[in-house]
Design a binder for this molecule. Structure first.
Ligand SMILES: Nc1ncnc2c1ncn2[C@@H]1O[C@H](COP(=O)(O)OP(=O)(O)O)[C@@H](O)[C@H]1O
Ligand SMILES: [Mg+2]
Length: 229
């Protein structure tokens, strides 16, 4: 589903954010991407949506070479990928329902499709009862659930979550990760960047650790930190 081959990213500032990174993520996998701040986690995720283009190497998403993609093809790539972030950006003057509907409308979906899919997505994240609320009326955890519904409503092949629990209390954090796992079990490939040790250690999923732009560990049932021998 995702393949990085010998990828190096140097920003114009001169910072090398990723160096000779090789990573394969299969369809329906769940991956925790861990590492300290500045390690290159966000840069890696941005390669997949082509917000960042590598200086060297190849990035393949859903069998397409993203590095060779024409700008006109990028919107199609982005439709395959749902994203949620630490900073939850909902439209403040629209209801929960409208926030989710908007994501579907921009893909050219019909009104009947919107009427069918928006409640399904809100139901999945347990937010259908708040459909008429405005973002300012929601807790942080509830906002993140709406952001997740918005990412899901377009039925992405891949879901990228960049520190999605970074601003949430422990209970809401676990709810969000439980939802990501549920979505993953339905077949969506999920990559979650995090530095929440409790979460990573609780779930024992594949852990890919980046330090200083290099992958230093890739374990199938990993924990946050490599266990010292
Ligand atoms: N747009 C940018 N321009 C220049 N340097 C950047 C940019 N984005 C990130 N960096 C640098 O690249 C490195 C990796 O950053 P990032 O991918 O955001 O790491 P992480 O998400 O793991 O905290 C850091 O040194 C960061 O300062
Ligand atoms: Mg980051």
């Amino acid at each position: 589903m995702v393949q990085l081959q010998d990828v190096t990213v140097r920003y114009e500032s001169g910072v090398t954010a990723l160096q000779n990174v090789n990573l394969t993520v299969e369809k329906s996998e769940f991956v925790f991407l861990v590492g300290p701040t500045g390690a290159g986690k966000t840069t890696l995720l941005k390669l997949l949506t082509r917000e960042v283009v590598p200086n060297e190497g190849t990035v393949i998403v859903a069998n397409k070479d993203v590095t060779k993609m024409k700008p006109s093809q990028v919107p199609y790539l982005r439709r395959l990928i749902g994203t949620v972030f630490q900073d939850i950006l909902l439209l403040p003057d629209r209801t929960v329902w409208e926030n989710v509907a908007f994501a579907l409308r921009v893909t050219g979906a019909s009104s009947s499709e919107i009427a069918r899919e928006v409640p399904k997505a809100l139901e999945t994240v347990g937010m259908l009862h708040k459909a008429k609320a405005f973002p300012s009326e929601l807790s942080g955890g509830e906002k993140q659930k709406v952001a997740l519904a918005r990412a899901l409503v377009v039925k992405p092949l891949i879901l990228l979550a960049d520190e999605p629990t970074g601003n949430l209390d422990p209970t809401s954090s676990l709810e969000i990760v439980d939802l990501l796992l549920r979505i993953n079990r339905q077949g969506t490939t999920v990559i979650m960047a995090t530095h929440d040790k409790t979460i990573v250690d609780a779930y024992r999923k594949r852990v890919v650790e980046i330090v200083g732009g290099r992958i230093v560990r890739d374990e199938l049932r990993g924990v946050f930190r490599r266990e010292l021998a």
